[in-house]
Design a protein around this ligand. Structure first.
Ligand code: G3I
Length: 387
């Protein structure tokens, strides 16, 4: 009997010890694992916000949220001169309620623009002064509404081409190159406490990088507040080269701004040639299959490459954790990722950490482990040492 009681007690004690040892790890989400490194964020799509299961996962795994689509001008003010804040109010409120770092995306972009914004009531194109006034009005309206609630804004998004020239847009064409500086100044006036970001893709490209470095230096010289550069991070199993990414992060960090990986995803699909893209492209069925090779599920071998690729990328991010303030995935699960529809529509891609059933992929645990083991696990060659 004594033995039985002892056995029962020791079994209970053992399972308590086991539970203590195991449960924190089991309960740990990504953001918990990285809390002393950087925020781990996700983009919230229009539909995700109303999907209870998705939002439960978001709140367990991420401590930052970005509006994927519905704070863009066309979505807020589609066809009339009044704004519909239903979605964005709910998005901001849920972020605040869950103590997440809330990111507004994006104030000034060349896409998602409603036609009415660039027409006077009589249909004429606005002058520089008129467009500057309506740009200020837009920024004051949105940033002012969420003053003290949205922590950071992607103020200007994707303003340069790959050759480093300013990208053509109604903003550039009507206002001129200083539209960027005005946008940052207006955002700062509307919420002096908010962090303000320049956000772009392809920043590993030397000419584009040069243009953004020059922009940041120009703004710093003029005293215009710019707090961080968002390196979007729409990547693949082979792009970009890790050393180039490492150098890119180091270069921006040296400017004295924070660095954010703002829209991370890793496509596993082949990238079509230029002639295969666009509505008129003619692709026969054999080629169509090659371009969409995993319509049912990802083969184990590709899943392993995918896991390793994220681990390699996070080794670079962790090396620069002192400069990086946030790593945000561009979506929660593969089901709603924009990568299923770009650069070709209707494919089945697998770019995120959670599968179509919202189950974590093996990479999820690997990244959690990496947060505490990276100094042992990540290669420490050349200038690849922890900073
Ligand atoms: O919500 C409507 C739906 O009602 C309608 O039936 C459907 C028909 O096409 O469209 C839905 O809206 C789509 C929206 O995503 C919501 O899923 C828009 O057409 C589509 O244009 C929009 O695409 C977004 C795109 O930006 C343009 O705003 C993508 O989800 C979003 O991932 C993408 O994000 C951009 C970043 O802002 C900037 N960096 C690049 C990144 C990828 O393009």
């Amino acid at each position: 009997m004594k033995n039985l009681i002892f056995n029962v007690i020791s079994a209970a004690a053992f399972s308590t010890v086991l539970a203590l040892a195991v449960s924190p790890a089991l309960a740990e989400g990504l953001a918990d694992a990285y809390q002393d490194k950087f925020h781990i964020g996700t983009a919230i799509s229009p539909g995700s916000l109303f999907d209870k299961e998705v939002m439960q996962l978001v709140n367990a795994e991420f401590n930052s949220v970005t509006a994927e689509t519905n704070m863009k001008l066309r979505h807020l003010a589609a066809s009339q001169r009044t704004y519909d804040f239903n979605w964005s109010d709910r998005f901001v409120a849920q972020g605040l309620a869950n103590k997440q770092f809330v990111v507004g995306h994006t104030l000034i972009w060349h896409r998602s623009l409603p036609a009415w914004f660039f027409q006077q009531p009589d249909g004429a194109r606005p002058s520089r002064a008129q467009l500057l006034a309506s740009m200020r009005q837009h920024i004051y309206t949105l940033v002012g509404r969420y003053r003290g609630q949205v922590n950071g804004w992607d103020v200007v998004n994707e303003a340069f081409n790959f050759d480093g020239a300013f990208r053509s847009s109604p903003w550039l064409d009507i206002i001129g190159e200083d539209y960027i500086e005005h946008a940052f100044a207006f955002a700062h006036q509307a919420d002096p406490e908010a962090e303000l970001y320049y956000n772009d893709y392809g920043l590993v490209n030397p000419q584009k990088q040069e243009a953004v470095v020059a922009l940041i230096k120009r703004m710093q010289k003029k005293g215009i507040p710019v707090h961080a550069v968002g390196i979007q991070g729409h990547y693949s199993l082979s792009y970009p080269d890790l050393q180039t990414l490492d150098n890119t992060i180091a270069r921006f960090a040296k400017l004295g701004v924070k660095v954010m990986i703002s829209e991370l995803d890793v496509s596993v699909l082949p990238f079509p040639g230029p002639e295969e893209r666009g509505e008129d492209a003619e692709i026969d069925s054999k080629r169509a299959q090659q371009l969409d090779p995993y319509p049912e599920q990802l083969p184990d071998e590709v899943m392993s490459q995918f896991t390793q690729r994220y681990v390699d990328l996070f080794c670079v991010f962790l090396k620069h954790h002192a400069a990086i303030s946030r790593v945000t995935f561009w979506g929660v699960s593969d089901a709603r990722s924009w990568r299923n529809d770009w650069p070709l529509t209707d494919r089945t891609d697998y770019p995120l950490l959670f599968d179509r059933e919202l189950k974590p992929k093996p990479v999820h645990q690997e990244l959690i482990k990496l947060a505490s083991s990276y100094q042992k696990v990540c290669p420490l060659t050349g200038n690849n040492k922890d900073e």
